[in-house]
Write a protein that binds this ligand. Structure first.
Ligand code: ATP
Ligand code: MG
Length: 222
């Protein structure tokens, strides 16, 4: 059963948004999906219409959403014993926290959310990122997702070009900065269920298809 871990090298990169939308996108192509929140802030459930939930629930999306619990790592191990067509998606903390490293090592696919604005670029040393990925032996399963990309900003285009140059094929998707993302969250829905025709939704669907291919029987993981 594939374990998809979503992380980043800085906070606010879009991990929770990506985890929620990957869960819905992969559910729609036939996976049974459990989405687990590994952050004490416990915001993943907000994308699924929960307010305050003790325990877990299957939201209208068909995704089994597991809110944060102190023993999230233990829960994930239990979930991994489940059926073959079930996938677990973890909304992990940012690297290099110990918890994110543990999840990164256990992952079959490691999704690294990377914003393309100048501030994030300054905070993220690409060399450090590459060293971390190589050191932890996770480079082969890591994919990079450029998020909150603003096509109009020249500096952002340069950052995206640099990400392409640095990560090559590993740069699996670029998600535009799109007001629909916050609008969807305000409506307590994932982007994919809120407005499938939006730019962000189209890119998120393409990302879900990419991850599906990696995890399918003839995919690169198998
Ligand atoms: N492509 C996008 N376009 C517009 N807004 C976005 C996009 N991606 C994320 N956001 C917004 O950016 C904010 C941070 O996103 P999110 O909470 O998913 O990041 P995170 O990496 O999970 O943060 P944290 O480190 O706090 O857990 C949210 O308000 C989200 O709605
Ligand atoms: Mg988050």
């Amino acid at each position: 059963m594939p374990l998809i871990v979503v992380t980043s090298f800085k906070g606010g990169a879009g991990k929770t948004m990506l985890a929620a939308n990957l869960a819905v996108g992969l559910r729609s192509v036939g996976w049974d999906v459990t989405a687990v929140d590994a952050n004490p802030q416990d915001t993943l459930k907000l994308h699924f219409g929960f307010d305050a939930v003790d325990g877990r629930g299957v939201a209208g999306s068909g995704v089994d959403v597991v809110p944060f619990a102190d023993d999230t790592s233990g829960q994930v191990s239990e979930l991994i014993e489940a059926a073959a067509r079930r996938m677990v998606i973890v909304d992990a903390p940012s690297l290099p926290s110990a918890s994110a490293r543990t999840f990164a090592r256990a992952a079959d696919v490691l999704v690294v959310a990377t914003p393309t604005d100048a501030g994030s670029y300054a905070a993220l040393s690409l060399a450090d990122a590459q060293t971390f990925l190589a050191d932890d032996g996770v480079v082969s399963k890591a994919i990079v997702v450029a998020n909150q990309f603003d096509q109009v900003a020249r500096l952002q285009r340069s950052v995206l070009a640099l990400l392409h140059e640095t990560f090559g094929d590993k740069l699996a998707a670029t998600i535009e900065r799109d007001p629909i993302v916050d609008e969807a969250l305000a409506s307590r829905r994932t982007v994919l269920l809120h407005d499938q025709t939006s730019k962000a939704a189209r890119s998120l669907v393409a990302l879900a298809i990419h991850v599906d291919r990696l995890c399918s029987p003839n995919g690169e993981l198998n």
